[in-house]
Write a protein that binds this ligand. Structure first.
Ligand code: PLP
Length: 403
């Protein structure tokens, strides 16, 4: 008998299972709107031209070796990542109270922050509140480190927008010192972000209740096309004096999905506290990954620390953001032309990689089985999967399933 006889099989990851089903489908009309990865107008993955350039610079650099990075990663990458999200003129950086840890992409950064909180957060038993809905991994990561997870209202199915009242109510009702996980921009999966005025109201309650802010940003520059605009909420919170963690992913905005380039930016009250937090994260990181991988962080670091490459990156970001914004408009126009029942304005109001269509699970099933269109059961579509060749087909399929 095996010692593992009583282990039950874990369910497959929904997104990865969806991609596998799409790949196995032989119908030429098939459309993949599942995975959150950028696709070109031809439906192909895109190596950003600036990344291609950085690849070549690195190949030609005889000084690069394959030695271990430090436990907290590449120094220039960490510094540049913190500066990217907080702004070049950040007072917190100037005051020496901003730390950073290179992690295994955005996922690893959320994990590193969550793991630190599980060990050192002073409010014992404090829960982490995640938006309803959110990226599925948030719950898995926090529960995985033993932090209880609760939800705050976010998506209002009636308005297909933000349930601000519900969100603020949950923040008021949560015990002081709770942890709140917030998406700074391009909320996954809804594509619905608070406005500056709503961020102010959120900050007011967070401050009054002494909650801890944990930002998770996977789409800076990808949402609006502007790196500064997409960092608004984070910079606003820093300006108001919050201590916080910010998990950053470079998967989407650099197209570096497989290279696992990410960073945890730490904004602490004092330089001493920043140093202490970094030391604990380094100690924990040593036991999990020893030290992070170099390739992706070198690419990002090259681009962020070179004015000319940085400018090219901004152009590449605009290309991606604008194609997605164009696809929102195209989908909205097709549905309007078809007279598809219901209001579809939210498609153009939402922002970033995803749109929460409002399609129901039974409708999603028909889309998959009859039309070979793959999307998650909650009706979320990855806008990047649409292009001028398939948007009409998709709109017709939607029209059919909602009638
Ligand atoms: N956080 C959110 C909200 C995301 O949507 C994602 C990716 O889909 C991530 C974090 C992390 O992605 P990665 O680990 O690939 O950087």
């Amino acid at each position: 008998a095996s010692v593992f006889e009583n282990v039950s099989t874990a369910p497959a990851d929904i997104i990865f299972a969806l991609t596998a089903a799409y790949k196995a489908d032989t119908d030429p009309k098939k459309v993949n709107l599942g995975v959150g990865a950028y696709r070109t107008e031809e439906g192909k993955p895109w190596v950003l031209p600036v990344v291609h350039k950085a690849d070549h610079i690195m190949v030609d650099d005889d000084n690069l070796d394959h030695e271990y990075l430090p436990i907290l990663g590449l120094e220039q990458f960490r510094k540049a990542s913190a500066k990217l999200i907080l702004g070049a003129d950040s007072k917190a950086i100037a005051e020496g109270r901003v730390g950073a840890a290179q992690c295994i992409s955005g996922t690893g950064a959320v994990y590193a922050g969550a793991h630190f909180l599980s060990k050192h957060y002073p409010f014992k038993g404090a829960a982490c509140y995640i938006s309803k809905p959110t990226w599925a991994n948030h719950r898995a990561i926090f529960e995985g480190v033993g932090i209880p997870v609760l939800e705050y209202p976010y998506w209002d199915p009636e308005t297909k927008g933000l349930d601000l009242k519900g969100m603020l109510g949950a923040m008021e009702a949560a015990p002081s010192g709770s942890i709140f996980l917030l998406h700074p921009c391009a909320h996954n999966p809804t594509g619905v972000d608070p406005t500056p005025d709503q961020w102010k109201q959120i900050a007011d309650v967070m401050e009054a209740k002494g909650h801890f802010t944990f930002f998770d940003t996977a789409y800076q520059g990808f949402a609006s096309g502007s790196l500064d605009k997409d960092a608004y909420s984070v910079r606003y919170f820093v300006e108001r004096g919050f201590e916080m963690f910010i998990a950053q992913s470079f998967s989407k905005n650099f197209g570096l999905y497989s290279e696992r380039a990410g960073n945890l930016t730490i904004v602490a009250r004092t330089p001493e506290i920043k140093n202490t937090i970094e030391s604990q994260i380094a100690k924990a990181q040593r036991a999990v990954i020893s030290n992070p991988p170099a390739y992706g962080s070198r690419v990002v670091s090259l681009v962020l620390n070179d004015e000319k490459l940085y400018g090219e990156w901004e152009e590449n970001l605009s290309t991606m953001a604008n194609r997605i914004i164009d696809m929102r408009q195209a989908l909205f126009d097709e549905l309007t032309a078809l007279g598809t029942p219901g209001s579809w304005k939210h498609i153009v109001d939402q922002i970033g990689m995803f749109s929460f269509t409002g399609l129901t699970t039974p409708q999603v099933k028909v889309l998959k089985e009859k039309y070979h269109v793959y999307l998650t059961d909650n009706g979320r579509i990855s806008m990047a999967g649409l292009n001028t060749k398939n948007v009409k087909y998709f709109a017709q399929a939607v029209d059919d399933v909602v009638r």
